[in-house]
Design a protein around this ligand. Structure first.
Ligand code: ADP
Ligand code: ZN
Length: 747
């Protein structure tokens, strides 16, 4: 009997077995999509393997096949299996990551190529989508087209209204009825073409490589030629020309017939990088970003799958692009925490980039000016090799960095202590010399907290143990965790006094302060409140074309922008990130400071960086001011070793939450006991800490507890995690628990 193991899009760890009827045997092969009866529904799954054998218990037969050729290529399928295994993640959900939205659920008729040919020169437009809600209908309340439309929408998850209308003439009436009954939701989706495709592409400037660039390219090209799995850590200072190295590595891979994937932290923040790729590689690069419609995404995906395009660039999900003959994976700004996915399947795209490249027998390049401790440790244990670009590519040196001790410097003319006299003067001078200024402040909103000056009570979110931030533009206080919003009231909720005061400084207020202090200057702001997607690009374009004099923003301004006219960078509060209860706080602070400093002086005029701090002797701050990355890595690795933290140990976080505090604590305790009862824990090979309340003890009305597990080796830790993961099913239904392998977010 022919059996197929199928990954289904359900949160169940194991694959499901079906028998393969003879007429489907040719199509139901590994990587192909098949239609599977599942409970009362039919689901589309991906075949993981086909084997002959006796079925262990009565199993159902596959109901159909979708593909003539496997959708998921073999090497990608093997990689997905490894990823699921590494993170103890349900295989069906992992496989889903590799299927573009249309491919995920849609049946064969929609996969006809002509439907997906993408018109040239798409502009941004809104498309109405119908999406199935979670609600079920009462039996017998629906008939005719409404029932048919609902069944279809449920089968595919969601569909554009226009497409439903193609099938059912009176679809609109049916949709309206279904929406009124709450069975479907109609939403507007932006159908934007990739921004970089709309701009006239930048002219391609091919530089004569510097000796360091040449050496790096030669080493990488050599490893591509060897066709042996290899990882390079490209440690190049800000402005050293890492992009040119990536370009040449991609060209070398291509000359050998290999495809490439380039991962960037956030595609919206890197329009310039994307434009440079377009300039160099033209239509041979697929830009994958969240602004694409399902159809556009599908068309890119197809072109990659068919080998018509052999370079894919995108944020972490581009890791799953079906690039043919993959031989190179580049991770730009590899230290960036956004490579860690924190929802659903919790994977780290940097770590998995190495795995994917090696699975394909290819090369991985991790590029950064501030390598992560993880990557640095790989070089020290011989699992990666370091390549250095020690100098900026042009003639311009790294900027001068001055620390401003806030304890010793009073406020400038704005009367706000956080715009110190030296910072104020430096802004004034820079503007006078027609230079541009970037100011980095890691708090959005106007005032980060609101406190009653009579009783001391701080206004907090009703559902989260988080202070509410005041946003002036809309006169609201907001929770940055659950997005709870309320009008600002002046009366204290606890003592009733009319004495609420705004505390702290956010980007909104800084923008206002600077606009008042420098009335002739054009001030712009870049943070999540004012900019998303294409607005980010628009703001950066305005800075580049010198329509902005001062740019104020959160870490969005620290990313790899190449803005030649920025000659002053100010860090308003360097210590902000240091107080977070996370062993990576020092590393994060160091990286942010070096990265933002690297935005200064990239053009003809030398740059200057002012870092305001209450703690100028803190190593993360003092070493960042000297651009001394090696000393920082050395010191930080030593501290991590002493404290048994990653990357010198392996860690995992077990998170438990529930609306009832006691239930959450008890659930966490059960899992901790399971962990402690394992042999590896009793022997002390694996240490178990907790249960402990999370630093942010409540979010969205749920109390959060967790257990931290650590071990020197991966396998014993894994053995314990498998037991803990199994034990999750013994918890009450309203207690949620998850396992996070190699956690990044600890709050
Ligand atoms: P990084 O990503 O390392 O910070 P970029 O790749 O953005 O640096 O390069 C910084 C600047 O240096 C860019 O403007 C780029 O055009 C320029 N550049 C790169 N390589 C060279 C070179 N070999 N000679 C001169 N300029 C170069
Ligand atoms: Zn909240």
């Amino acid at each position: 009997m022919l059996l197929a193991d199928v990954a289904l899009p359900v949160p169940i760890a194991h694959p499901f077995t079906y028998t393969v009827p003879p007429h489907l045997a040719a199509q139901a092969v590994a990587g192909a999509r098949v239609i599977c009866p599942f409970r009362a529904r039919r689901l589309i799954g991906v075949v993981l393997a086909v084997r002959t054998g006796e079925s262990p218990s009565p199993v159902r037969a596959l109901a159909g096949a979708v593909d003539d050729e496997p959708t998921v290529p073999r090497d990608l399928l093997a990689f997905l299996t490894d990823l699921a295994d590494y993170y103890l993640a349900p295989i069906g959900e992992v496989v889903r990551l590799a299927l573009p939205p249309v491919e995920r659920d849609i049946a064969r008729e929609l996969a006809q190529p002509d439907l997906f040919e993408r018109p040239q020169g798409l502009r941004s437009r809104k498309v109405q989508w119908v999406v199935a809600s979670d609600r079920g209908e009462e039996a017998g309340t629906l008939s005719g087209q409404a029932a048919a439309v609902l069944a279809h929408v449920r089968a595919v998850g969601g569909e554009p209204v226009a497409r439903l209308e193609e099938r059912w003439r009176s679809a609109r009436g049916a949709i309206r009825k279904l929406a009124e009954m709450g069975l479907v939701i109609v939403e507007q989706r932006v159908a934007a073409a990739e921004p970089a495709f709309q701009q006239s592409p930048e002219p391609d400037v091919v530089h004569e490589p510097t000796p360091a660039q040449s050496a790096a390219v030669a080493a990488i090209a050599g490893s591509l030629q060897d066709r042996k799995a290899k990882t390079w850590l490209l440690h190049g200072v800000t402005g050293s020309g890492k992009t040119e190295v990536y370009f040449r590595a991609i060209a070398a891979a291509r000359a050998l017939g290999g495809g490439s994937i380039v991962l960037v932290p956030e595609i919206a923040l890197t329009p310039q990088l994307v434009a440079r790729f377009r300039a160099r590689f033209g239509d041979d690069v697929a830009v994958l970003h969240s602004g694409l419609t399902a159809r556009e995404r599908h068309s890119m995906w197809r072109r990659l799958r068919e080998g018509k395009v052999d370079v894919a660039i995108g944020a972490r999900s581009a890791l799953f692009a079906p690039v043919r003959a993959l031989s190179l994976v580049v991770v730009d700004e590899e230290h960036d925490p956004s490579f860690k996915q924190e929802e659903g399947v919790r994977y780290h795209a940097r770590d998995m980039a190495i795995l994917r490249a090696h699975r394909a027998g290819g090369v991985c390049i991790l590029g950064s000016a501030t390598p992560s401790l993880e990557s640095e440790n790989l070089t020290r244990t011989g699992r990666a090799k370091k390549l250095r670009l020690p100098d900026r590519a042009g003639t311009h040196p790294l900027p001068q960095v001055e620390l401003i001790d806030l304890r010793r410097n009073g406020p400038g003319p704005t009367a706000d202590r956080r715009v110190s006299m030296p910072l104020f003067r430096a802004i004034e001078e820079t503007l006078g010399a027609r230079g541009q200024v970037i100011l980095f402040l890691n708090r959005r909103g106007f005032a980060p907290s609101v406190r009653c000056t009579a009783c001391g009570q701080m206004a907090t979110c009703k559902d989260c143990s988080v202070a509410l931030t005041f946003h002036k533009r809309d006169g609201q206080v907001r929770c940055h965790y659950c997005d709870y919003r309320a009008p600002l009231v002046t009366r204290c909720s606890k003592c009733g006094a009319d004495a609420l005061a705004l505390e702290g400084l956010g980007t909104e207020k800084l923008e206002e302060t600077l606009a008042a202090a420098f009335p002739a200057a054009r001030v712009a702001r870049l943070d999540r409140d004012v900019a998303s997607g294409r607005q980010i690009e628009a703001t950066l374009a305005r800075v580049r074309s010198r329509q902005v004099d001062i740019l104020v923003g959160t870490q969005m301004v620290t990313k790899g922008h190449d803005l030649p006219n920025v000659t002053l960078v100010g860090v308003v509060n360097a210590d902000a990130a240091l107080s977070i209860p996370d062993y990576r706080a020092g590393e994060r602070t160091f990286q942010l400071l070096v990265q933002v400093a690297g935005r200064a002086g990239r053009g003809e005029t030398p740059g200057r960086v002012l870092i305001q701090t209450w703690d100028p002797d803190h190593p993360a701050i003092a070493l960042a001011a000297r651009h001394d990355v090696d000393a920082f890595l050395e010191r930080e690795l030593r501290d991590r070793r002493e404290l048994d933290y990653p990357p010198l140990t392996r860690a995992a976080l077990v998170r438990v939450d529930a609306t009832d505090e006691d239930q959450a604590r008890r659930g966490c305790l059960v899992l901790a006991q399971v962990a402690r009862s394992c042999e590896a824990a009793r022997e002390g090979t694996v240490t178990v800490q907790g249960p402990a309340p999370a630093p942010i003890a409540r979010v969205r009305g749920r109390y959060r507890f967790r257990i931290m597990l650590r071990a020197r080796e991966r396998l014993p830790l894994r053995a314990v995690l498998i037991r803990v993961d199994d034990a999750r099913s013994s918890l009450p239904r309203n207690v949620r628990a998850s396992v996070d392998v190699d956690p990044v977010q600890l709050l």
